[in-house]
Write a protein that binds this ligand. Structure first.
Ligand SMILES: [Zn+2]
Length: 315
C-alpha cells in the first residue's frame, strides 16, 4: 500500500522546535526579522535609524523618538506572555490534525484557561484572515450543512432549530480528491448570501457542483460555472461521487468539533471552522506552519479583548 504522504511527512520535532524557538530572546529576534526583513522601520514616521533600549525591550526611533516594541501594533499587542510561549502555542495548534483544545493548551503551556482561550482565539483570527484572502479555484464541490443543535429528537437537517448553518466548499482535483477547503458560517442559505459569499471566496470561472437547493443559483450570479445535481436527500445522497470530497470533509470537521462543541458559543464558530480549514490547507507543509503562522501573526493588526468577545465576521 502506498505510504500516506501526510502521515509520514517529517514535520517539526519537539527537539528541533525548542532548539529554534525555545527562549523569549530567540523568538523576539525571529519576529523582528519577520516584521522588518529589511531592518527596523518606525511605524510613526517611517525612519529606519533606531536605538535599542534593551532594559524595556523597545526600539526608539532616532527621528521622532517614538518607542516601539516588537509586539505593538500586531496580534501579540499588549501580551504579558513570553514570546516562546506564543510560539509553543502555535506549535501545538498547528502540528496535530485536530489541533488542541484551549483547556489542554492552558495545561500544556502553563497559562490560565482564560489566557489560553484568548491566545487561541487570536491565532484563529490570524488563520481566518490568511485563508479568507485566498479564493478557492478550479473544480469546487459545495454543500450546506449544520453544526450543533439537538442531537436526538427534534427536526434534523435543513431548517432544524438550534443548529448553526455553514457553507462547506472543497476545491478538488479532477478525480474529486480534496485539495483546499473553506467552511463559513452563514446567516441563512439564501441566494443573496450565497452570491456574496461566492464573490468573495471563489475565483470567477471556477466550476462548481452543488445539490438542487434553490440558494445555490447564487453561484452562477457570482460568475462561476455551476451544475446542480439533484440528490433526492436522505443518507444515500452523501455517497454520490460528485459530493464525496465535500461530504468527507464535513464529516471530519464535525467529528473534530463535536467533542468540544458544547463549549463553543455560536459567535466563535467562524474561528473554529477557520482553524480546521487552515491546517487542512497546509497539511503538506507541517513543519513550515510554525514560522508561516508566526509571520502572519506579526503582520496582523491587534485583536483586543473587547473585539474578541464579539462575534468574528462570519465570512
Ligand atoms: Zn519615527
Amino acid at each position: 500500500m502506498a505510504k500516506n504522504m501526510i502521515q509520514f511527512q517529517k514535520g517539526l520535532s519537539l527537539t528541533k522546535f525548542f532548539s529554534k524557538y525555545g527562549t523569549d530572546e530567540k523568538c523576539r529576534q525571529i519576529l523582528f526579522n519577520m516584521r522588518w526583513p529589511l531592518g527596523f522601520v518606525c511605524p510613526e514616521c517611517g525612519h529606519t535609524c533606531y536605538c535599542e533600549i534593551s532594559t524595556r525591550k523597545v526600539y526608539q526611533c532616532k527621528q521622532c523618538r517614538r518607542q516601539t516594541s516588537i509586539t505593538s501594533g500586531t496580534i501579540f499587542d499588549n501580551t504579558k506572555l513570553p514570546l516562546n510561549i506564543w510560539f509553543l502555542a502555535i506549535y501545538l495548534i498547528t502540528q496535530s490534525k485536530d489541533g488542541i483544545s484551549s483547556l489542554n493548551l492552558s495545561r500544556t503551556i502553563g497559562v490560565s484557561a482564560n489566557a489560553a482561550l484568548r491566545l487561541k482565539h487570536k491565532l484563529q483570527h490570524v488563520m481566518k484572515k490568511q485563508d479568507d484572502a485566498k479564493p478557492l479555484t478550479g473544480f469546487i464541490q459545495i454543500d450546506d450543512s449544520y453544526l450543533g443543535g439537538k442531537s436526538r429528537g427534534g427536526k434534523r437537517g435543513r431548517g432544524a432549530s438550534g443548529k448553526t448553518p455553514f457553507i462547506a466548499a472543497v476545491a478538488t482535483d479532477e478525480e474529486g480528491h480534496p485539495l483546499q477547503m473553506r467552511f463559513s458560517q452563514v446567516n441563512r442559505f439564501s441566494k443573496q448570501e450565497i452570491f456574496q459569499w461566492c464573490e468573495k471566496h471563489l475565483s470567477p470561472y471556477s466550476f462548481v457542483v452543488s445539490d438542487g437547493l434553490s440558494c445555490f443559483t447564487g453561484i452562477k450570479q457570482a460568475g462561476c460555472a455551476h451544475q446542480s445535481i439533484i440528490t433526492g436527500g436522505g443518507p444515500d445522497s452523501v455517497e454520490i461521487k460528485e459530493f464525496r470530497g465535500v461530504n468527507t470533509m464535513i464529516g471530519n470537521v464535525k467529528n473534530a468539533i463535536r467533542g468540544s462543541y458544547h463549549a463553543i458559543s455560536e459567535k466563535h464558530i467562524p474561528r473554529y471552522l477557520a482553524e480546521f480549514c487552515y491546517r487542512f490547507n497546509r497539511r503538506f507543509e507541517l513543519g513550515r506552519m510554525v514560522p508561516s503562522l508566526a509571520r502572519a501573526a506579526v503582520h496582523t493588526l491587534p485583536r483586543p479583548r473587547r473585539l474578541l468577545k464579539l462575534a468574528e465576521s462570519r465570512w
